[in-house]
Design a protein around this ligand. Structure first.
Ligand SMILES: [Zn+2]
Length: 146
């Protein structure tokens, strides 16, 4: 069922959106005998929506067990991951890098077999940058592999 946006009201520092059905964080309002669910999006001084970024869960863990190699190491050896309950990636950095290097190698061989140029991840440096800068892209690569 689609939750239709009924009405949008833009103010100086907020946008009010009214929906047909309840949403997370919505407020029920009655207008002309009908009930709507209102979401208020606050705007900053430039009129841009203020994003409420999901903060990493506050955990006091100092160590974590890697889901791949099974080693328990300090959390500095894990990537932060807002999608993970613990706030850290499931695999340690070493495993992530190892996997990515292997993945790249396989991809390269695959492409070479096909007789195509391999342009995606030319060097391990690029792979490293990818993991460091864009952990989610890396995750989608792993997930997309199966
Ligand atoms: Zn590991």
């Amino acid at each position: 069922m689609d939750n239709k946006l009924i009405k949008e009201m833009k103010g100086k520092d907020e946008i009010r959106r009214f929906y047909q059905f309840p949403l997370r964080g919505s407020e029920k309002v009655d207008m002309k005998g009908k009930s709507y669910y209102m979401i208020i999006q606050k705007l900053d001084e430039y009129g841009k929506p203020i994003q409420h970024r999901v903060k990493y869960p506050k955990t006091n863990i100092r160590e974590k067990q890697c889901g791949n190699c099974g080693k328990t190491v300090g959390i500095e050896y894990f990537y932060t991951d807002s999608y993970n309950v613990s706030g850290y990636s499931h695999w340690c950095k070493v495993c992530c890098k190892k996997y990515m290097t292997q993945y790249t190698k396989e991809k390269k061989e695959e492409k070479m077999k096909e007789g195509k140029e391999f342009n995606d991840y030319k060097s391990s440096k690029e792979v490293e940058n990818l993991i460091n800068n864009d952990y989610n892209t890396f995750l989608s690569l792993i997930e997309g592999k199966e």
